[in-house]
Design a binder for this molecule. Structure first.
Ligand code: NI
Length: 172
């Protein structure tokens, strides 16, 4: 099976607001399976559907799999909602859709995530630290927001300049 390609900034599809999933079809299941494979393959700790060009509200996450003793435990979250936000935390973030860049982003330190899994079961999870940061980062993708939209205009401008140069070099 061919892996789906991860879209990179400045692909305009990354700016779209994704649609809620009203029914878990075979197509959605296949998308979720592919997204898990792409996440581990890249590798990453989270991947949102728009990053592979599917404008639907779903993401996959596994924040601890690089620890061999813990192993792989991917979660698929459909129609996620974040509530009970508490405190603030800063984290050095990167993104599979934003090549060769990371920056410190401020987010909520503790959150509650609600959504559904592929079987239609309700998911509720309290998260903090890296897990909370990653969930907020992935939900942002569903609203067309990248982590570089949450850094200073100056830093973002510098990144965009660097990225344009990179793309020009790739074309040469
Ligand atoms: Ni990302």
């Amino acid at each position: 099976m061919a892996l789906r390609e991860v879209l990179h900034f400045p692909d305009p599809r990354l700016k779209l607001v994704s649609e809620p999933i009203t029914e878990v079809t075979d197509e959605i299941r296949e998308l979720a399976r592919d997204m898990i494979e792409v996440m581990y393959d890249e590798p990453g700790i989270g991947l949102a559907a728009p990053q592979v060009g599917a404008s639907v509200r779903m993401f996959v996450i596994d924040t601890e799999w690089s620890d061999e003793e813990i192993g792989k435990h991917p979660s698929v979250i459909i129609n996620p909602e974040i509530s009970d936000r508490e405190g603030r935390i800063t984290w050095d973030e990167g993104c599979l859709s934003v090549p060769n860049y990371d920056a410190t982003v401020e987010r909520d330190a503790k959150i509650t995530l609600r959504g559904q899994d592929l079987d239609g079961n309700t998911i509720e999870e309290q998260a903090e630290g890296l897990r909370a940061v990653c969930i907020q980062h992935e939900v942002d993708h569903l609203d067309g927001i990248l982590f570089i939209d949450r850094i200073s205009r100056l830093k973002r401008g510098l990144y965009i300049k660097k990225r344009k140069k990179q793309l020009a070099e790739e074309r040469e």
